[in-house]
Design a protein around this ligand. Structure first.
Ligand SMILES: Cc1cc2nc3c(=O)[nH]c(=O)nc-3n(C[C@H](O)[C@H](O)[C@H](O)COP(=O)(O)OP(=O)(O)OC[C@H]3O[C@@H](n4cnc5c(N)ncnc54)[C@H](O)[C@@H]3O)c2cc1C
Length: 263
């Protein structure tokens, strides 16, 4: 099975704060990490690779030159190889232009049986890129996969999708695309062999010369959406602290809810 995993480098969200004056993210000095949901997608890929002999796992990331670090990390965790899509021309891309560009890279890798994504990126958070790329590649897509297993013969998958009130079970023929949630499994650490391979790996960097995109469809120029305002939701301060013993607090809570006609 030929598997491609899209991996985004994101700021470590535990360490990002918001500048209340400008409502922008304070990114300075914040370490960049592999998008946490992409770790789960990579683990799904590695389990399938282990289950289906002859499978390969190629990771693709689009970002500035330093995003090479997540490609190398993915190889250290067990991916076969990886590519970085990078170039000034791609800067300012919205989710549509990002999807178009990454789809060109995936096509250039040759037909894939399975293309995997995280559920969403923890910085942009739109969850649009996976389904968008599936559209560009003409692949069916199942979102929120929490368990994935290859059916006998390796030509179809059994996929359990997380839903708001439970789960759905699907069987889907390959080729297809999946977006993956946390429950799919924690990314393995990687063997000594894969860590050594990552150190030596050549990571090709593909820009406009390699991907030959329509110049009107990439970067800011190719992005149909515009961010008009970014803001942090105001912190609500109308909290009430109930004092006393647990029994007294419970009594006060019931009285408060009754006063507001909520019980
Ligand atoms: C108008 C506009 C302008 C923007 N300008 C900029 C800008 O100037 N600079 C900038 O950095 N960002 C910019 N962005 C943000 C940029 O669009 C997003 O970083 C990108 O499209 C991914 O969207 P997301 O983070 O919501 O990913 P999601 O859709 O939430 O990601 C889902 C999954 O898709 C895959 N994926 C997403 N992005 C990548 C990637 N880059 N490489 C590999 N896999 C990926 C991952 O598997 C991820 O888990 C802009 C967005 C808009 C709307």
């Amino acid at each position: 099975m030929k598997i491609v995993v899209c991996i985004k480098q994101v700021p470590d969200s535990d360490k990002v704060t918001i500048d209340r004056a400008t409502n922008r993210l304070n990114r300075a000095g914040v370490p960049a990490v592999m998008n946490p949901f992409d770790e789960n997608a990579l683990e799904v890929a590695l389990r399938l690779r282990d289950a289906v002999p002859g499978s390969t796992v190629t990771v693709v990331s689009m970002g500035p030159p330093q995003a090479e670090a997540v490609v190398r990390e993915a190889i250290a965790r067990g991916a076969t190889d990886g590519v970085l899509v990078s170039g000034r021309e791609f800067g300012g891309a919205d989710t549509w232009a990002t999807g178009y560009t990454l789809a060109l890279a995936i096509k250039k890798l040759g037909p894939a049986d399975l293309v995997l994504f995280g559920k969403q990126a923890t910085d942009g958070d739109t969850a649009q890129v996976g389904p968008g790329i599936a559209h560009h590649l003409g692949l069916p897509v199942l979102t929120y996969a929490k368990a994935v297993e290859a059916l006998p013969g390796g030509k179809a998958l059994k996929v359990v999708r997380a839903t708001e009130d439970g789960h759905e079970e699907w069987e889907v023929d390959l080729p297809c695309a999946l977006t993956v949630v946390k429950e799919a499994g924690e990314l393995r650490i990687g063997s000594l062999k894969s860590k050594m391979a990552a150190k030596k790996a050549q990571i090709p960097v593909w820009g406009v010369a390699e991907l030959e995109p329509d110049p009107d469809l990439i970067g800011l120029k190719g992005s149909p959406t515009r961010v008009t305002k970014v803001f942090a939701p105001p912190v609500k301060t109308n909290r009430v602290r109930l004092e006393g013993t647990p029994a007294e607090q419970a009594e006060k809570l019931v009285a408060l809810l009754a006063e507001r006609h909520l019980v």
